[in-house]
Write a protein that binds this ligand. Structure first.
Ligand code: ZN
Length: 399
């Protein structure tokens, strides 16, 4: 059985121990020691990492009463070595974990919402509540948690040797399937719940608890939160972004929203003006194109290469159609060719004509009746090809 020193002092980062066994294992060596400061993967949070003697510890797992430390090198059984955990990682995880106790307590105290899940990853942490809360309630529990942090309350762990000893302890949560001795972690004047992990000594060490998202989850709510150093890092990141946006608007950081709203209103106006101008421009363009159509014994033929927006090509082509005639309108933009073939008042099916157009342009297109359309990568010698298509369609109309 490995003696777990982290249960006695969560801020003990280094300790000597005796190597009891060392076996080659998956991705390194599985080592057991008589006592350790390393916390294993447990209770929804990652293990400590660090060094043991002169080898690195990358993973710690629980196997019955033993803790198995996975090292990247062998150790000699019987040697006394020093285990030293990654202090930053331990402090970071304790900040998130104790922050979770505080937030869960506040949700329970204020709204009778129970914590039904916790997960702490290396960059984020989540807690799940059994009921949904409003945005105002989320803000309220966050404020209360931060008030408890500010008051710097003691966080203590007590081990109860018998289940009966617990009957008068006002527990928020009693983990299922625990057998005595049972460890209860309490926040002075506030939360008490069964827990096996390391916590900070005082709530002030959590620094700040910030809920960054709260979404509906399994009939309740999942909250993602950041505490301590993670919350600071996020604040710094957001401030850098907001400051950069504020500089673009030549305004103060807390004025960016109104600057953005003003810009949105301006953009809406510009879009309206653009739509009106585009409509007028298309009227002129339609008239100009119509005037360029060739007259072939009462039938009109229009073949033109343009640079209009491909999305506008079809309505523009249709608007150029005379009572009797054929239009092939092409648009070339950024190496991509779009084309529309349409007719009016003729005994022609575009399905019979589009294969020749596709073949000449190296494109894919289809359609039937009075309309067909297609696209192609812009072919070499485009102007010459368009001229050949004009002659082809002229012969079709003459036939
Ligand atoms: Zn805990």
């Amino acid at each position: 059985m490995t003696e777990r020193l982290y249960l006695l002092d969560s801020h003990l980062f280094e300790h000597e121990c005796t190597v009891l066994s060392c076996e080659p294992g998956k991705d390194g060596f599985d080592v057991t020691v008589d006592k350790t400061v390393f916390f294993p993967n447990k209770g929804g949070q990652p293990c400590d990492t660090g060094v043991l003697g002169n080898v690195k510890v990358a993973d710690v797992r629980e196997q019955g009463d033993e803790l198995i430390l996975r090292t990247d090198g062998p150790l000699t059984v019987g040697d006394v070595v020093t285990g030293h955990i990654d202090e930053g990682r331990r402090l970071d995880i304790m900040e998130q974990h104790t922050g979770e106790h505080l937030l869960s307590w506040c949700a329970y105290k204020l709204f009778d919402a129970m914590n039904v899940g916790f997960h702490c990853a290396l960059t984020y942490a989540t807690l799940d509540l059994d009921k949904p809360l409003t945005a105002e309630q989320v803000a309220e529990m966050e404020n209360m948690a931060n008030d408890l942090i500010r008051r710097n309350l003691a966080v203590t762990a007590t081990v109860y040797e018998a289940e009966d000893d617990l009957k008068d302890v006002p527990l928020r949560k009693h983990a299922e399937g625990l057998v005595a001795p049972i460890r209860v972690v309490s926040i002075q004047g506030a939360d008490s719940c069964t827990c096996c992990a390391p916590h900070v000594h005082f709530t002030g060490e959590v620094g700040l608890a910030k809920i960054v998202s709260a979404v509906a989850y399994k009939g309740g709510m999942r909250m993602t939160f950041l505490c301590g150093g993670r919350a600071l890092k996020q604040f710094q990141k957001l401030q850098t972004s907001v400051d950069a946006i504020a500089r673009r608007f030549s305004t103060a950081a807390d004025e960016v929203l109104s600057a953005l709203e003003k810009q949105e209103a301006e953009l809406k106006e510009v879009k309206k003006e653009k739509a009106a101008l585009t409509a007028r421009l298309e009227e002129y363009l339609t008239a100009e194109l119509k005037s360029q159509a060739e007259d072939l014994k009462g039938k009109k033929l229009l073949v033109r290469l343009t640079d209009v927006d491909p999305k506008r090509l079809r309505p523009l082509a249709l608007s150029t159609l005379p009572e009797k005639g054929l239009t092939l309108l092409l648009s070339e933009k950024g190496g991509q060719l779009t084309y529309v073939l349409c007719a009016n008042g003729l005994q022609l099916d575009m399905a019979d004509l589009i294969p020749a157009v596709n073949l000449a342009l190296g494109g894919k297109g289809g359609g039937r009746g009075t309309l067909a359309q297609g696209s192609a990568p812009t072919p070499a010698g485009l102007n010459e090809t368009v001229e050949q298509l004009r002659i082809y369609l002229m012969n079709v109309l003459k036939a």
